[in-house]
Design a protein. Sequence first.
Length: 447
Amino acid sequence: MNTQLPSKRLTLIGLNEFSVDLLTLGAKELQLKNIGRLLSMRSATTTTDDMVEHRGLDPWVQWVSVHTGVPSSVHGIIHLGDTPSALSASQVWETLSDAGISSGIWGAMNATREGAKHCDFFLPDPWTFSEVAYPDELNDLLALPRYYSKNYLDVSKRQFLACTGRLVKFILGSGAILDLFKQVPFVLGGVLRNGVNNALLFSLFDLFSAEFFVKYKKRYRPQFSLIFLNSIAHLQHHRWEKDTLSKDSIFSLRAIDRVLGMIFAAREQGEAVIVMNALTQRNIVGEKPRVCYRQINPQRFLSATGIRFRSVEQLMTNDAHVFFDSEPERDAAARALGAVTLCGKPLFHVEKSSVDPNKLFYLVDFWDELEGGELVTVNSVEISYFDHFEAIVARTGAHIRTGNVYYEDLDLPDQLYNHEMAGKVLDYFSVNRARSHGKAEVLTGVL
């Protein structure tokens, strides 16, 4: 825990993939003062050389670029759940830690705490399955979102209740109960108007997560703080209407307005703030439908097709990592999945890990509408497609390579690559970074 009074502080809010047009409409129609304040800040635009969605133009790739200061062509992280642990590129909080500058990292995508001893608290995103939270009590907060986000189409009541028990334990010891109770009228109003759906649950996760983030920020007073928020990105992909606000949009925007309000209120005098999206989305309503199919239970699917495997880690939407006991088993599974077709098109995109001979990534790379009753043959076994896959959404938003940054109390250029943001954070703290034999070396650090 940092006990000094640092001369500089900075909070980076990762408001993932937000559309300026949507925020502007929401601020105007709903009189959202905190989103309005955000949009009145100084601004800049970002870009990336990644061009293709699901092949690099994805948040779990672009945020690693933001965190490490290098593009995906250097850091090589392409899939959700992979981390830059073995890379020469240090994450910005590691470099700050080497300079004796404290940090608190909350929900950052594909991130690790690594050897950042001055990282006072660290909460990984729910899909980065190899990472644990720090300090240890945060693992009780992480358990339920980590389980539900991977298994929401096939939830085990026993595991759900066990994770819920851990969450209750965390809440009781967090000191945030009164603050959480203040949100109850807003939450109940959303449930009564919208019902319980994933758009509402993602918004509630961001809302309550921000409450806990503010508590930890006030407790540890890190010099650099980072929080990642995903509900707007989810809303835009799933429930984004053109030129109007749906019930889900209204609730999600009001929730984010509350989140921004509590984070802005927690800023100390002179503390700089950056709000960025890493990349954004465009509305694709009215174009050819792009239907996202998710595995209901990947373990059951692989077992039904006779593919031998050790374990599966399902990811955010239509993808998963599979682990095997041997490289021949991995390669056999890759051949079997790579050969599957649906309506004459390849069903899966399959990649064998270049660093782990027992690891395989696969993604449902089929986006057309189906009538139902389709059969597919996997590993010489014929199965009903909809016994194992569910159409979860006809997408309403698609990634584009430009991004947006809003900021106060620091200087940024009008345009930059998103990966250059790490260097701007280091500049703010007067920390320079050089590469020596594949390691990050701190040259100067001035508090």
